[in-house]
Structure formats: C-alpha cells, structure tokens
Design a protein around this ligand. Structure first.
Ligand SMILES: [Zn+2]
Length: 386
C-alpha cells in the first residue's frame, strides 16, 4: 500500500529505499525542519527515484516562507571544488555552459529559480547585449533585484510564469529541478518557453555521485543522467552535452520539434545506482558513529568534515546529542563562523584549537581521497564509509 503514485509516470508500483524516517529533518539549506518524513522510493514503471514525503505537496509554501539558501549573508555562496582551485559554483556553471556551446552576441535568456542572481551576474558581464529575465519564489528574490536591477524579475514559481509570445533563446535552471514535485512537468514547461531552436541549460545534484541525497528532505527527485535523458527526450529535448565529473550534473538540452511524450524506462540503471548509494549512505552514518565511539573510548574530541546530509543526520539516526560533536569542518569559507545543530562550522584550524583527534568524512565519496590527503598531516584519525 502506497500513499502516492510516481509523480512522473503515475505507476503505483513503487519500491521503498533507505532510510525510512520521520522526525526532525535537514534541508539542502542545512536548516532543520522540526517534523518531516523521508519516504524514498524507486518507480518500477519509469525508474524515477524520489522522496514521496519531505516537502512534497507543500513546495510553494516551503519556498515562499522558509527557504533561505545562502541568504544569511550577501557573500555566502556555494563553492565548487572541481578543478585546481575553488571557484564560485555560479562561475563554474557559466564555464561549463560556454564549453558546451558558444553563444551569439545577443539573445534572450530566462533563469527559472534565479536565487540571488549570482549566475546572471556573471552572464551579464559576458553577454551585456542579452535580454535577461528571471523569477525566484523564495526570499532570495530580494537579493536578486537588489544586485541586478536591470533584470526583469518576478517573485513566483514556474507554475505562475509563462513567456507567452516572447519565447526565449535560452532557459537556465540551476539547482531547481530536484526540488519540484514533478521534474517532467517542469521540463515540458521549459520547452514551451523556448524558441524552436532554443536551449535549456540545467544543473542538478547528480544522485550517482551523491549518496547523501537520500537524506535530503527537499530534493524530492534524486536525479541521475539516465533519468534526465529519459525525461528530457519525452519533453521534446535532445541532450547535446553533459558533464558529471563532480556532484553537480550539468546538461545542455536542445529543443526538438517532435515531443514523444513517452518516457523511457531507466529502472535497471537507476536501481543499480540506488543500491550502491544506500550502501554508501549507511556507511557514512556508521563511520560517524564509529568515529564517536573511538573518540569517547579515549576521552578525545571528534568532528565531522563536510555538510553532507548523512553526517548531519547521524545524531538523529544514532540517537546521540549533537553537542558531543566538537565542530563541523568544511572547505567552504563562506560558511565558516556559522553553526549547524548549534555546533560551530570552521576550517582545519579548529582541529588544533579544539583538540580534535577523530574526524568522520560526511562528503560525497568522490572527494574522500582529496580530503583524506589534506587532513592526514594534521594528526587525526579519519573515518570514511567502507
Ligand atoms: Zn514512474
């Protein structure tokens, strides 16, 4: 018996996935939702992996009222660690787009869910002659219009926005598709906003590289490249370029005249990814618990490196008080000085300052080695998922 059907293909044949959970939850914004559920499912009909609970059905109110991704300070920005040096995620995102395809001098672009307008800020500097419009449902909208007064912006979600006659050459949507109730519906929407030879550029967290997303309350769909391909093709797009070397998956889709409407079946590919990720996610939680056990047995301090959800969930799943954690460590300087679970967030200098001897890694496995090498000289025992 399932409460809902697959949001995309409406199949009722759904299988449960890890973790089955109800209680305080953590959002992609590292905020605590006091009462929510995680009800991960994979659909036998189309292969979509999704959270049947979480913010589903309440997304409009959630983004209007509570979502504040990186608005705590105007400088807070998600950093990207792909490549030799840290760069803002927005800059890296523009780099990938221009690598996928050169753009003409002028045109029109619409960003769906533009956040604070970081990407568009870079875009304007590269393409000053483009006509730019955007919308954003959350409080970030205020920063968007403040920082980019030249953009035609509205505060709303995609359901309330249609370009009508003035179709655009490019729709951009970064970190949005995974939040909406039905990602196929949003792809169909994007297709409708585009000129006949228009493009849709998107960035989503790649579930294949991000087992932690199993814990994420508001990432309603756990998107993979097979899912993106299947949904994009059914919505009338051709996938012309992708990059999935890091946690973000970048994809450039070209509008095609024929919309098949028929969603390809990617159950087998997604089932393999899901099974692997369930193992890693449980492994990260267990590594935090093992790190704590070793630290407690020696009367020493321990920390969690990374803001990935598995680490943030470990106290909730392992039933221990977050104040036992000496600190959260992270590479993203823009969040240093903040707190999560009431514990300080900072850089590696906290290791000496707080006498930390044990560190569990709560990051995507693609970064395990890189972080292990960085922490090794600091004299701490490191715990990772096996
Ligand atoms: Zn389905």
């Amino acid at each position: 018996m399932y409460a809902i059907n697959c949001p995309v293909c409406k199949s009722a044949e759904l299988y449960e996935a890890y973790p089955k959970y109800a209680g305080p939850c953590i959002t992609s914004d590292s905020e605590i939702l006091p009462q929510a559920t995680i009800e991960n499912r994979i659909c036998r009909g189309c292969g979509l992996i999704f959270n049947a609970g979480g913010t589903r059905g309440a997304t409009e109110a959630f983004y209007r009222d509570s979502y504040s991704l990186m608005t705590r300070s105007n400088d807070a920005a998600i950093q990207s660690y792909q490549g030799p040096e840290a760069k803002s995620q927005a800059e890296r995102t523009l780099d990938f787009m221009l690598k996928f395809r050169q753009l003409p001098e002028s045109g029109s672009v619409l960003e769906a869910g533009a956040g604070k307008g970081e990407f568009l800020g870079h875009f304007i500097r590269h393409f000053p002659r483009w006509k730019i419009s955007a919308f954003e449902p959350s409080r970030s909208y205020e920063y968007l219009v403040q920082a980019n007064p030249e953009i035609a912006a509205r505060r709303c979600g995609y359901h309330e926005y249609e370009v009508g006659e003035n179709r655009v050459d490019l729709v951009v949507s970064l970190g949005v598709l995974e939040h909406v109730d039905n990602p196929f519906d949003m792809l169909v929407w994007a297709n409708r906003q585009l000129t006949d030879d228009g493009y849709f550029y998107l960035r989503v967290p790649n579930f294949s590289n991000n087992p932690n997303d199993l814990f994420c309350t508001d990432h309603l769909s756990k998107l993979t490249l097979p899912t993106i391909r299947a949904l994009a093709e059914a919505a009338g797009f051709e996938v012309i370029a992708t990059d999935e070397s890091g946690v973000p998956l970048f994809a450039l889709l070209a509008k095609r005249s024929a919309r098949t409407g028929k969603i390809g079946q990617v159950y087998d590919e997604n089932f393999a990814i899901l099974s692997h990720n369930e193992m890693i996610a449980q492994g990260i939680v267990n590594s935090v618990l093992e790190c704590r056990r070793q630290a407690n047995s020696k009367g020493e301090a321990f920390a969690i490196f990374g803001m990935a959800s598995a680490g943030l969930f470990a106290p909730l799943l392992g039933h221990f008080e977050p104040h036992e954690i000496a600190a959260f460590l992270d590479d993203n300087r823009t969040i240093w000085g903040g707190t999560v679970h009431g514990r300080p967030i900072g850089g590696p200098e906290l290791i000496a300052k707080k006498g930390i001897k044990h560190v569990a890694l709560s990051v995507s496995p693609v970064y395990f080695e890189q972080i292990r090498e960085k922490l090794a000289p600091l004299g701490v025992s490191i715990y990772t998922a096996k």
